[in-house]
Design a protein around this ligand. Structure first.
Ligand code: ZN
Length: 261
């Protein structure tokens, strides 16, 4: 069974800014999907903010193994209910890859529990991305470093929790550095944050970036669902592994739930 990847695109700049639609005539989500389709082990579909329920219906999420997220101008337009739904699926085991300005998306902030703020500068400067964890599945086939000739600068401090692993560190022409590739686990879900991808530059046409995204989808995929991690469950006394006797006071609402069985 191939990995089912869904690319979520905000699809705002593509409609409003010529510099962006020139780079990405099929939308940024369309180009990212194209990169993923180079891997025959991945089937890819795209959804956008403008779709009903932002394209992230219960059904769509149930059929998604790994979700990729690109957003910038419309973070606040994403409904909280949908953010909660995505977080629940991550906890249950769906992989999530958050791209570039997605660092300030509601879903990333919720899963990180921090602001995820950073310093930035839009000057089309060179970014040199160093692999700091050789041998990691996300860096498979990559050189020791690769360069993007024009990118936006993101600088530390990046307000995120200490990651599980730091995969990439970027150096920018202006002198700043940034942790550009970070992994996390939330519930049963694997999360990867990948920094490059400013909308006015052709980053998602870069071959190495494509390799990173394909590697990341394969890494983030678990193929498992753990619905128990998305919802608490009562374990009735009569089903305890060893016999126990009920004792102590109990809330009336809990009493009712027990006697209803
Ligand atoms: Zn940007």
């Amino acid at each position: 069974m191939p990995i089912r990847a869904t690319v979520w695109g905000e699809n705002i700049h593509e409609q409003e800014e010529k510099a962006v639609s020139d780079n990405y005539p099929e939308g940024m989500h369309g180009q990212i999907a194209k990169l993923l389709r180079e891997d025959s082990n991945i089937t890819t579909s795209t959804v956008t903010l403008q779709d009903p329920e932002h394209g992230l219906t219960e059904k769509k999420l149930a059929e998604t193994d790994v979700l990729l997220w690109w957003g910038h101008a419309g973070h606040k337009l994403v409904a909280d209910e949908i953010v909660d739904r995505v977080a629940k699926r991550v906890w249950e085991g769906m992989g999530l890859i958050v791209l570039h300005s997605g660092h300030e998306s509601k879903i990333f902030q919720k899963l990180m529990g921090e602001s995820a703020r950073l310093n930035w500068r839009e000057a089309g400067e060179r970014e040199r991305i160093w692999v700091v964890t050789p041998g990691h599945p996300i860096t498979k086939g990559l050189p020791a470093y690769f360069e993007l000739e024009t990118e936006e600068m993101y600088g530390e401090p990046f307000a995120v929790p200490e990651p599980l692993e730091t995969i990439f560190i970027s150096w920018f022409q202006g002198g700043e550095v940034f942790r550009s590739g970070l992994t996390y686990r939330r519930g049963a879900g694997n999360i990867f944050y990948f920094r490059p991808g400013h909308e006015t530059y052709p980053t998602y046409h870069d071959k190495t970036v494509g390799q990173v995204l394909r590697n990341a989808v394969n890494w983030a995929y678990s193929g498992e669902k753990h619905p128990q991690l998305g919802k608490s469950q009562n374990t009735p006394i009569e089903k305890s592994l060893e016999p126990i006797t009920e004792r102590g006071p109990k809330l009336a609402s809990h009493q009712a739930a027990t006697s209803a069985k």
